[in-house]
Ligand binder design. Structure first.
Ligand code: BV8
Ligand code: ZN
Length: 245
């Protein structure tokens, strides 16, 4: 494993692997959106305002106090509406155009990849811009900021919830199978801006390694998998990723 700052030789081998790759999978976390002004989950000045994630991003919290949970999501949506995709999001779009087989797997719910123009996106943890009815199961996009009424309701009168996956909830049907297929058939897997502590998403990293992929990590800090990857590039995604193109 090589640890490098953004302008060191490790960049060379990472760039070389990416240039030769005909199949690429990318796993991203909140760190890729940090340079868009979106706070991360576990970093300083965290996204959770004065709440712990377990307090709000769980079905129990929603059942207990749907209004509080919706006020928090409404606040996040308002912040996201002001954010723009950054150089890292745009670099991923360039890679998707260049590499024959490309899959973006994200833990993020912020929709910045869609706005950057990414095509094939597996949203492991759902999408903050979609709502789902707790009564009839209807699922629809709603980009209104702020939402006119909290908590929002479905046309059937049922209470709507954010279209995201909370702690203790299963990922969307088939999503992990598709993500595992993408990383196991990729020659190179890029792991960008994730603390690699949330499962089953983080399990894709050892899964990729065991399937024989070259794994490149881009992060400002060490993660539990930094010792396992083939190349650990230390730096901000918006600075490092464009240099790999
Ligand atoms: C499930 C959506 C089962 C909502 C989120 C004990 C051990 C192992 C697992 C568990 C356990 N106890 C419980 C579990 C399971 C749990 C889990 O993993 N908990 C963890 C905390 C221990 N997982 C679940 O509950 C999952 N479901 O297991 O279901 C099941 C099966 C069948 C039937 C019933 C149940 C569901 C997990 C999904 C939870 N939802 N979010 C919302 O967003 O509101 S999680 C949340 O964390 C986000 O999705 C986020 O993406 C995700 C991971 O965080 P990161 O993206 O990595 O962000 P973080 O801030 O942590 O890190 C940022 C990184 O970027 C850092 O490394 C930083 O250094 C770096 N960085 C910062 N700036 C930059 C940068 N890098 C580059 N450039 C920069 N500029
Ligand atoms: Zn409904």
């Amino acid at each position: 494993m090589e640890e490098v700052s953004p302008n060191a030789p490790g960049l060379e081998c990472a760039r070389d692997w990416l240039t030769r790759a005909t199949s690429l999978a990318v796993l991203t976390g909140a760190g890729i959106s940090a340079e868009s002004g979106v706070p991360t989950f576990r970093g300083a000045g965290g996204l959770w305002r004065d709440h712990k994630p377990e307090d709000l991003a769980t079905p129990e919290a929603f059942a207990r106090n749907p209004l509080l949970v919706w006020e928090w999501y409404n606040w996040r949506r308002e912040r996201l509406a002001q954010a723009q995709p950054n150089a890292a999001h745009h670099a991923l779009v360039k890679l998707e155009i260049r590499v024959a087989r490309f899959t973006l797997i994200t833990q993020n719910v912020d929709g910045l990849d869609d706005r950057a123009g990414s095509g094939k996106i597996l949203k492991l943890h759902g999408d903050i811009w979609r709502l789902r009815c707790t009564a009839c199961g209807a699922n629809w996009p709603d980009r209104r900021v702020p939402l006119p009424k909290l908590p929002p309701h479905c046309g059937c009168g049922g209470l709507a919830r954010p279209g995201v996956v909370w702690f203790g909830e299963p990922l969307p049907e088939g999503m992990m199978k598709e993500a595992e297929h993408a990383v196991s058939s990729a020659e190179v897997v890029l792991v960008i801006g994730t603390s690699a502590v949330v499962y089953p998403a983080a399990g894709l990293i050892p899964y990729a390694k065991h399937a024989g992929a070259k794994v490149i990590e881009i992060n400002t800090e060490d993660t539990p998998y930094s010792g396992m990857v083939d190349c650990a590039l230390r730096g901000a995604a918006g600075a490092v990723l464009p240099r790999l193109l």
